[in-house]
Ligand binder design. Structure first.
Ligand code: SF4
Ligand code: SF4
Length: 260
């Protein structure tokens, strides 16, 4: 891996490489460049839970002519890239993947939960199918309880590899009133959930980042399930146009009848 990145940088195949570096015992994202080739000895693999694609998107927005090398350590890295290609946030011609996913073991972060979840809230270990066993009347107050813990830190949005809008609805004061904690329940969370339709690739980073222990992955998985059922669209699995690309792009998917 280190030899390949060195070769790519020396040959000019890429301008920068985004991977991981061991910094004082901590694995952190790092941009490797040809003017500091000696740093490549610190390049690490591993499936650290950072959104390297988000770093690539930010760099590409500022420097669209750069060709970016990117470490692919988890399956969801490729899915995030596919979403970013579909939404024209990255140019596949300007991305060079170093696929190291075969050498890493996919594992989710350990689920740690506060007590009293069972009584009032929703466990992060639940799957959408588990919700089917409960009535809406039972689930609604549980979701409201979870949302009411939000401290509006924007961590879920900021870490998300497929959150890329320049103007974020979550900061639109006519949609989400400013100066309130928790942010208006459930509007804040439903706005974000709606925007994740056709974009969320279930990487789990938002839930890991959330300091309020809210089962965000469950919420977005449910949204993804609805998108899959309605449009037969599996987010991130292909470069097929999203059914929600209505601004400037031709919509190519037709919704299936709901009762089918
Ligand atoms: S799981 Fe969370 S962070 Fe990952 S793509 Fe979905 S919304 Fe974004
Ligand atoms: S990370 Fe959690 S607490 Fe912070 S805004 Fe998102 S849901 Fe709210």
């Amino acid at each position: 891996m280190q030899a390949q990145v060195t070769r790519w940088l020396k040959d000019g195949k890429i301008d920068i490489f985004i991977g991981y570096k061991n910094f004082d015992g901590h694995i952190i994202p790092h941009c490797f460049t040809s003017d500091k080739l000696d740093e490549i000895k610190d390049l690490q693999s591993g499936q650290e839970h950072y959104a390297l694609e988000k770093v690539a998107t930010k760099i590409a927005a500022g420097y669209p002519d750069l060709t970016i090398g990117l470490l692919l350590a988890r399956k969801c890295n490729q899915q995030a890239l596919n979403v970013l290609y579909v939404w024209n946030q990255l140019d596949p011609e300007r991305i060079e993947i170093l696929d190291d996913s075969n050498n890493t073991t996919e594992s989710d972060a350990k689920v740690e939960e506060l007590p009293f979840k069972e009584e009032k809230g929703l466990s992060k270990t639940l799957l959408p199918a588990d919700l089917e066993e409960h009535s809406q009347a039972e689930l609604f107050p549980r979701w409201m309880y979870e949302f009411s813990k939000c401290i509006k830190c924007y961590g879920c949005r900021n870490i998300c590899p497929v959150c890329f809008c320049k103007e974020c609805s979550l900061e639109h004061k006519e949609l989400i009133g400013p100066g309130m904690l928790p942010p208006e329940v459930p509007i804040f969370h439903l706005v974000r959930a709606t925007h994740m339709a056709g974009r969320c690739i279930d990487c789990g980073l938002c839930e890991e980042a959330c300091p309020a222990d809210i089962p965000l992955r469950l919420l977005y998985r449910k949204v993804g399930e609805i998108v899959s059922d309605l449009f037969a669209y599996e987010t991130g699995d292909s470069l097929e146009q999203s059914p929600f690309s209505v601004l400037g792009d031709k919509v190519v998917l037709e919704p299936k009848p709901i009762n089918e």
